[in-house]
Design a protein around this ligand. Structure first.
Ligand code: SF4
Length: 461
C-alpha cells in the first residue's frame, strides 16, 4: 500500500502526510472521562463528536459517552452560545452527570465563542459543575487536548482549604491507558500514605461487564479529591507534554510544588518515580516492588542478546516515546529514528523538550539517530527506507510501513485499533517493562523463526 513512498527526501513547504497524531478534543474527551460521573461535552458540530467518540471506543473497545452542542448552519454563522446553554440544561436534566466538561472544536474556536462567559451564565443545577478547556485542533495534538483538560480540572476544581499542606501527593499520570493508570495507582498505594491521581480513566473505559448498563461506571477521580489536590505537599507530573501544565498551574494557584518525571517505562524511570515517592513520604521501598525490579533485571540479563544492537524506529506520543527511548537504550538497542506528531511544547511548558531530550539520551548512549517533533509517518517511512531498522514500535498506523518494509512491528501507544486487550495491561512500572520485553522479543524471534532455514530453525532460543 505504501510501496510508492519515495526514498529521496525532499524539502516540503508544509502540510502533513499520514500524521502521527490526532485532534485536540479527543485528548480532552479522554481526560474528562477520568473524572467520576463526568460527561464530556463537545462544543461544535455532531461530526466532530462522533469521530472523537468512535476513535476512543475503537481503541478501548468500550462505549465512550459524550454530548454535543450540535451546531447547525445558524450556529456556525452566528455562534453556538445558545446551543451550549441549551445543551447544558438538557444534559443535566436527561443524563444527570455530576459534572460536564466542555471542550471546543475547530469550528467553535474559529467563530470565537466566549466559553468562560457562557459557562458562567449557564443554568447549572445546585451541586452540579461545568468546567471547560479550549481545544482548537489546528494547534497541538490529542496530547495537547489532554493536557488542556487536565489543566482545566486544576483551574476550576483545585482549592486550598487547609492551613498546612497534607501528607499527600498528587499524581498526574499523563495520556496513558487505564491499565497503566491502575499500575501507577498500585505503585503509589504501596509507597504513599495518601495520593490523589487525576485524571483516572481506570474503571471507566475498562469497566467490567455486569449485565446492567451504567452511564457512569465506578471509576474516575472524585471531584472532592481533585479539589483537595490544592492541599497536597507535592505534585508528580509524569510527562512534560500531557501533565506539566496542570502541575505548573497547581503550583501557582495553590502553592503545591511539583516535579516532572518521565513516563515510568523501564527500570530507570520507574526507579525515579519510586525515589520521588520515597523521599516525599520518607518510606522504604516495600519488598514487593524490590522483587519485581529484581525479576525485571534478571529477565533483561537473560535475554539481552535478543535486543543488543537492534536498530529501532519509534513513533507516537512524546511522553511515551521519550520513556520508550530510554528503556530501549537500557537494553542495548539503537533507536535510530524517533518521531512524534505532537509539535513543540504545550502551552506554558518548555518548547522543544522532545527533540532535545531524546538527542541527549542518544548522545549519552553513543547512538546516532534522527529525532523530530511535529513530524509525520511519510517522513518516518522515508527515514526507514534510507536507513532500515530491525523493529518498528508505534500505534496501529505503523502497520502500513511495517508491511511495506517487511519490518517486525510492536503496537504501543494511541490509537491501537486492530488489536484488543492492550488497554487493560500496563507498559509502565517494572511489570509493564516485563510485558514490553515479552512483546519486543516475541516480535524479533517470530521474525527470526520465519526467516530461518530448516537447518537453523531452533527449538530453544
Ligand atoms: S473539525 Fe477539528 S475538532 Fe472536528 S474532527 Fe476535525 S480536526 Fe477535530
Amino acid at each position: 500500500m505504501l510501496d510508492s513512498t519515495p526514498k529521496e527526501i525532499r524539502e516540503r513547504a508544509g502540510g502533513l502526510i499520514n500524521p502521527a497524531k490526532t485532534c485536540q478534543p479527543i485528548g480532552a474527551m479522554y481526560a474528562a472521562l477520568g473524572i467520576h460521573r463526568c460527561l464530556p461535552h463537545s462544543h461544535g458540530s455532531q461530526g466532530c463528536c462522533s469521530y472523537h467518540r468512535m476513535h476512543l471506543s475503537r481503541h478501548f473497545r468500550d462505549p465512550v459517552m459524550a454530548s454535543t452542542s450540535s451546531f447547525t448552519e445558524g450556529a456556525s454563522v452566528f455562534g453556538g452560545g445558545a446551543n451550549l446553554k441549551t445543551a447544558i440544561k438538557t444534559v443535566f436534566s436527561v443524563y444527570d452527570p455530576d459534572l460536564i466538561a466542555v471542550h471546543t472544536t475547530c469550528l467553535s474556536e474559529t467563530i470565537g465563542d466566549d466559553i468562560p462567559t457562557l459557562v458562567r451564565t449557564a443554568e447549572v443545577p445546585a451541586g452540579k459543575l461545568v468546567i471547560h478547556a479550549n481545544t482548537p485542533s489546528y494547534q497541538g495534538s490529542h496530547v495537547t487536548g489532554f493536557s488542556n483538560m487536565t489543566r482545566a480540572m486544576v483551574d476550576y476544581l483545585a482549592e486550598v482549604t487547609a492551613g498546612t499542606k497534607k501528607d499527600q501527593v498528587n499524581i498526574l499520570p499523563g495520556f496513558l491507558n487505564p491499565g497503566d493508570m491502575r499500575e501507577i495507582k498500585r505503585i503509589a498505594g504501596l509507597m504513599a500514605d495518601r495520593y490523589v491521581m487525576f485524571p483516572d480513566t481506570s474503571g471507566v473505559v475498562d469497566s467490567p461487564i455486569t449485565g446492567r448498563f451504567e452511564m457512569y461506571p465506578r471509576g474516575g477521580a472524585r471531584v472532592k479529591d481533585i479539589a483537595d489536590s490544592g492541599n497536597s505537599m507535592l505534585t508528580i507530573a509524569l510527562g512534560h507534554y500531557a501533565a506539566e501544565d496542570a502541575a505548573n498551574l497547581l503550583e501557582r494557584k495553590c502553592r503545591v510544588p511539583y516535579r516532572v518525571l518521565k513516563t515510568p517505562i523501564g527500570v530507570r524511570a520507574t526507579d525515579r518515580l519510586l525515589m520521588a515517592l520515597r523521599n516525599a513520604f520518607v518510606r522504604e521501598v516495600p519488598y514487593e516492588l524490590e522483587e519485581e525490579r529484581g525479576q525485571l533485571v534478571d529477565i533483561m540479563t537473560d535475554t539481552h542478546f535478543h535486543f543488543h544492537g537492534k536498530r529501532v524506529a519509534i513513533f507516537g506520543d512524546p511522553d511515551l516515546v521519550m520513556g520508550l527511548t530510554e528503556f530501549l537504550l537500557s537494553l542495548g538497542m539503537k533507536p535510530i529514528h524517533v518521531l512524534t506528531g505532537t509539535p513543540g511544547g504545550t502551552v506554558a511548558s518548555s518548547s522543544g523538550v522532545f527533540e532535545q531530550g531524546v538527542k541527549e539520551m542518544l548522545e549519552e548512549a553513543g547512538v546516532e539517530g534522527r529525532v523530530k517533533a511535529g513530524g509525520d509517518l511519510f517522513e518516518l517511512h522515508q527515514w526507514i527506507k534510507n536507513e532500515p531498522v530491525d523493529l518498528l514500535i508505534g500505534s496501529t498506523y505503523g502497520k502500513y510501513i511495517a508491511r511495506a518494509e517487511d519490518v517486525p512491528f510492536v503496537r504501543v501507544g494511541f490509537p491501537i485499533l486492530d488489536r484488543s486487550v492492550h488497554s487493560y495491561l500496563p507498559v509502565v512500572g517494572y511489570r509493564g517493562a516485563m510485558r514490553l520485553l515479552e512483546m519486543i522479543s516475541g516480535a524479533l524471534l517470530d521474525r527470526a523463526d520465519r526467516d530461518a532455514r530448516d537447518e537453523d530453525f531452533e527449538l530453544v532460543m
